[in-house]
Design a protein around this ligand. Structure first.
Ligand SMILES: CC(C)(COP(=O)(O)OP(=O)(O)OC[C@H]1O[C@@H](n2cnc3c(N)ncnc32)[C@H](O)[C@@H]1OP(=O)(O)O)[C@@H](O)C(=O)NCCC(=O)NCCS
Length: 251
């Protein structure tokens, strides 16, 4: 299936890439952001937030360029009605980005919509009370599993992945998303989630890195999920390739 620098994504797969949002990663990236992205970055109040945004967008542009061909700075991104970034030209490649702490994750697939959410396991900033619908409360009562904060955080991540796949984001109350749960031993699993009147999504859970929880929602069923880490070496290798290509075009 290609290699880490030129991956090939077949119709039946979802690819998940994770990387660190730090200055080391950013220093291996080229000058890939658009003027608009650079302005947005400059408006962020703290240097740390600026590094996170720039390393997130640069990693995203790098990956999209590897799947589409061409250079990261040439990728044309636009935003839909609720701000979900999508491709200006190749609409068949769907992607979504999430960041939490100093980690970013991108999910990519073909021929459907995708949403991803990651959170730090200890995330204290999320208000988890009131995220369950009446139907979910009924299901959870029947399954008889304890509903502690870590289970509620996992439910949050499933719901946000569904809302991000739909593109609605948090413009819709997460309590309006209805998940279908099942019990696997002592574990709670959600197989799909529905935004009533909008769409239904298959759900997957994954661990981006230890100490984090993650979920992906997709419109297509039965896809195989493959996970990869993006590191400086991938960037260096690809940058060398771009500069060789530039030289051969010029000669
Ligand atoms: C999308 C949203 C849930 C992200 O929240 P968050 O806690 O920052 O979560 P994440 O880190 O998981 O996701 C951020 C990324 O999701 C993507 N994103 C932005 N809006 C999105 C949307 N509506 N749907 C899906 N993905 C979206 C972006 O790539 C963003 O990262 P970037 O800004 O660095 O490119 C939240 O910002 C939201 O609900 N936005 C839209 C709501 C709205 O009403 N917008 C008004 C019109 S623009």
């Amino acid at each position: 299936m290609g290699d880490a620098v030129s991956p090939s994504l077949v119709e039946d797969d979802i690819h998940i890439w994770t990387w660190r949002l730090d200055s080391e990663f950013l220093s291996a990236c080229g000058d890939w952001l658009t003027a608009e992205e650079r302005d947005r970055c400059a408006e962020l109040p703290e240097p740390h937030a600026q590094i996170r945004f720039a390393a997130g967008r640069s990693g995203l542009r790098f990956l999209l360029a590897r799947y589409l061909g061409g250079e990261p700075s040439d990728v044309i991104l636009k935003e839909d009605r609720f701000g979900k970034p999508c491709l200006g030209l190749d609409a068949s490649l769907a992607f979504n980005l999430s960041h939490a702490g100093d980690i970013a994750a991108v999910a990519l697939c073909r021929g459907g919509e995708v949403g991803i959410d990651i959170e730090v396991e200890t995330a204290g900033h999320i208000e988890l009370r009131g995220i369950l619908s009446a139907e979910e409360k009924r299901q959870l009562h029947l399954l008889g599993l304890p509903l502690d904060r870590s289970v509620l955080l996992q439910i949050w991540v499933w719901k946000e992945a569904v809302l991000k796949a739909s593109g609605l984001g948090l413009s819709v109350d997460p309590a309006k998303v209805v998940l279908t749960f099942e019990r696997q031993g002592r574990r709670l699993v959600a197989r799909n989630g529905t935004v009533p009147g909008f769409g239904s999504y298959e759900l997957r859970s994954f661990v981006p890195v230890p100490g984090f929880v993650g979920a992906v929602a997709v419109t297509r069923e039965g896809l195989r999920m493959l996970s990869f880490s993006l590191c400086r070496e991938h960037l260096n290798e690809a940058c060398r390739m771009w500069s060789d290509l530039g030289r051969s075009k010029a000669s």
